[in-house]
Design a protein around this ligand. Sequence first.
Ligand code: GLV
Ligand code: MN
Ligand code: MN
Length: 422
Amino acid sequence: MSRDPIARTRPRSADVDADRLWRRHLEMARLGATPKGGVNRPALGEKDIEAHALLATWARQRGFGLAIDDIGNMFVRRPGTADDAAPVVSGSHSDTQPTGGRFDGIFGVLAAFEALEAIDEAGIETRRPLEATIWNNEEGSRFVPGTMGSGVYAGRLVLADTLAAVDREGITVADAVAALKRGIPDADVRALGAPITAFVEAHIEQGPVLEDAGEVIGVVTGIQGSRKFHIEVIGEEAHAGTTARRHRKDAFVEAVAMVNALHEIFHDAEDLARFTIGQFEILPGARAVVPGRVKFSIDFRHPEISVLDDLGDKVEPACRSRARACEVTIDELPRSAPVAFSGLVPDAIEAAARLRGYPGRRIFSGALHDAGNLARQFPAGMVFVPCERGLSHNEAENAKPSDLAAGAQVIADVLVDLANRD
Ligand code: GLV
Ligand code: MN
Ligand code: MN
């Protein structure tokens, strides 16, 4: 018996290959690479389907199984000795923001796949099957809403409505999923919502806490809630040279009044409310035409449900009361309540990080993640690793190979642990 007390208690697992994991990040980053070193990979666009196909190629080389479900989530499977048992699953997303980075999402996919490969190479049998997954359309920048694939899988979103959503070109999610299935014709069919023993997602932190503390692993305790709105202000197009102010229905002027009012409402002394207008479109967008229409988005997040309710409910009256000559329509997307991760998965992550000797802490997530949806149905949790300056949703997003490997190692250890528990 080993004299090292840690080695004695460590469950048998496999060491991940840090170089292979890094090389795979660089290969994936070529798909949709931007001139500034980032990635633009819209969900199930050509480059994202290539990313799925690349993972599928690696999976086939290992003899792993492959399946796709009706909303376009893809699963790589390493069988268990009790192969009809519900799998232990890890993964994240491969789509990016339009000016996204090389790690948001794809790290969680590659960490899960590296874990499966390392476990396979070490010849470790697990009782339950292990799966590495790509959830479809997490970012929500091509199709709305985001965290779409995991949302449908976990029953938060309705399949038929979600398949009917269209991108700016009028392409439906159903069309895009069909394109994915054509790109990976040999994938099996995976049942939506099939039971999962536990889900664990690795992700870069997208904030500065771990880097500032010189720590490597964040055990995520929860995700703040969010409410999202589409606002449309409808005025009347008119000649810029001949139309007097008193006759104008200027959608831009009234939208600006709404935006200013909203910024005041969402300004909290504690600086906890996250309020963003990331899209603002003036139509027809011609210099000599009084704007007839403005569309803008609202993304509001907060850790407390009561604040999400109270402040979010102020959006509609704030906009309506600033609409004078114009009309306004307010559409709210499906809400995400705050999520708490506790018990099985965070405890297993913490134990794995401790046994490997990685410094870390419990940490809360400001960003949304697929694990938030999964946690509504199945035991779930997340592992954060540091990213440079906490910068994300930015082409300069960066992370250290050794930190990524530490995250993947924790995933491997947690998968083996949870797949072999009674
Ligand atoms: C996803 O990245 C989000 O937090 O919006
Ligand atoms: Mn992400
Ligand atoms: Mn993101």
